[in-house]
Design a protein around this ligand. Sequence first.
Ligand code: ADP
Length: 165
Amino acid sequence: MPNSSRLVIFPGSFDPFTLGHLDIVTRAARLFDHVEVAIGINESKKSLLEPEERKRLIESITKGLKNVSAVTFSGLVAEYAASRNAHALVRGLRQAGDFDYEARMAHANLSLAQGLETIFIAASPEHSSISSTIVRDIYRWGGDVSAFVPAEVNHVLNRRRTRSQ
Ligand code: ADP
């Protein structure tokens, strides 16, 4: 990527990656030169999918988007973004409830890494109720999550379920 290119980082847990995340990545990829989906590793939180599996899935789901890549990282988003010389962070906004938290995060990141802006993309109406938390809950209670996640994620989750039965 040339030095003048604008790299943005889309940070999150993506546990698992949903159709809402895919919508934001696809739209960000039209606006910026490169979008890096950065999967935060949080050892203290019990996750559904391992970070490396999330990365592999995101790479497979976004393989048609040539300016999108996926990485795992640990530590502060602001420090990671600064180390990558990122132009900005991208975050999705669903309902009003997201704004409170996201605005505070954006202010914190701006003071931790000078000049690091956060750009918000409004969720599409058809995806605005989807969250990884809801997907995890439905999955853990044996429900069908195919309406909320890309086919690859649904496949991996169904395979895990079959194995554990
Ligand atoms: P975190 O663990 O940081 O909350 P998530 O993986 O849940 O991260 O989400 C990463 C980003 O994707 C956040 O900006 C979140 O608001 C956004 N996001 C999550 N679900 C959706 C959705 N359905 N539509 C649009 N944006 C979404």
